[in-house]
Design a protein around this ligand. Structure first.
Ligand SMILES: Cc1ncc(C[n+]2csc(CCOP(=O)(O)OP(=O)(O)O)c2C)c(N)n1
Ligand SMILES: [Mg+2]
Length: 294
């Protein structure tokens, strides 16, 4: 986005994480500047999409963003793109697998779930593209991203297609994790980054600066627990209603100027710690019915 002129470009992405990542961060500013795909599309089509856009709009910078599976689906067509001198850039996000498929990095489950492909050292797709006439580069350093894209676009201007392979983290970054700019107004409030993942001192500072309330923070944590804990099984006893009540009480106390040092900070406790109203089993099978004060 820092290299492309969004007023004179066409961008599309393939199915998979490349779609989720691109569609959530690329800001289309002109009609037909971005071709989105909804949820599922036929892998490999982004190459044809970019080629068609280049034929329709020869002066635009046309880019397709694709993944490891996507590249394999489009591989047979690279030679024709080079032969016809269609100056487009294919960005290959090499995350070493098909995210969302097969048994993988994060264990059993389905989201996000990865199936490995050959290591880049033995299967360099940029070399494959070079072999059929593309300008091809593989990039491992973040500082090389922009220079590599600039070189690719310069080649495109001369009618030569380019293939830039970015060797990236195995863990896909999902759209939901992409955040607004710091200070951007969200729901009428200036937004601060990644509130639920910050360390307690920052969270507490967030209370005092009015960036987030204890009730909001508690809801964020509860949402994350509900979303991820099915697989993790880390929060074995849930006491959400009381947590919400206590968070609201902490916020109300704060409006009276009474926020205790850690007041309002949501925490989890080990189940082995006695809590009024909750059973304590220490995870030992057969230990039941132990309640504080009972
Ligand atoms: C022709 C076709 N086959 C299968 C699929 C199902 N599918 C969607 S995404 C995906 C894996 C994508 O992996 P990759 O290209 O490496 O992208 P990543 O999600 O890893 O970024 C598959 C197999 C599809 N959309 N189209
Ligand atoms: Mg992949």
């Amino acid at each position: 986005m820092k290299v492309l002129d969004p007023k004179n470009s066409f961008v599309t992405a393939d199915s998979g994480n490349t779609r989720d990542q691109t569609s959530t961060v690329y800001e289309a500013q002109i009609p037909r500047g971005y071709l989105g795909w909804g949820n599922v599309s036929t892998l490999g089509f982004s190459l044809a999409g970019a080629a068609a856009a280049k034929l329709a709009y020869p002066n635009r910078q046309c880019v397709n963003v694709t993944g490891d599976a996507g590249v394999c689906y489009m591989m047979g067509n690279f030679e024709a793109i080079a032969r016809y001198k269609i100056g487009i850039t294919t960005i290959h996000i090499n995350n070493g697998g098909y995210s969302g498929y097969g048994p993988g990095f994060w264990g059993e489950g389905h989201d996000p779930f990865t199936w490995k492909v050959s290591d880049h050292a033995s299967a360099c797709m940029a070399s494959m593209a070079r072999a059929v006439g593309f300008h091809g580069e593989d990039v491992t350093k973040p500082s090389e991203i922009i220079p590599a894209l600039k070189r690719a676009f310069d080649e495109n201007a001369k009618g030569r297609p380019a293939f830039v392979e970015f060797i990236s983290s195995h863990h896909p970054v999902h759209g939901g994790w992409v955040r607004p700019r710091r200070g951007a107004l969200v729901g009428g409030r200036p937004w601060a980054p990644s509130i639920p993942l910050q360390a307690p001192p920052k969270l507490l500072a967030g209370f005092s600066k009015g960036r987030v309330s204890s009730a909001e923070l508690t809801d964020l944590y509860i949402q994350r627990i509900e979303r991820y804990d099915g697989r993790l099984n880390a929060v074995v006893v849930r006491d959400f209603e009381r947590a919400r009540q206590q968070a609201r009480a902490a916020d109300q106390a704060a409006t009276r100027g009474e926020r205790a040092a850690l007041g309002g900070l949501p925490i989890t406790l080990k189940e082995s710690i006695n809590v009024i109203g909750l059973e304590t089993t220490c995870g030992v099978p057969g230990v039941e019915g132990l309640y504080l004060g009972a």
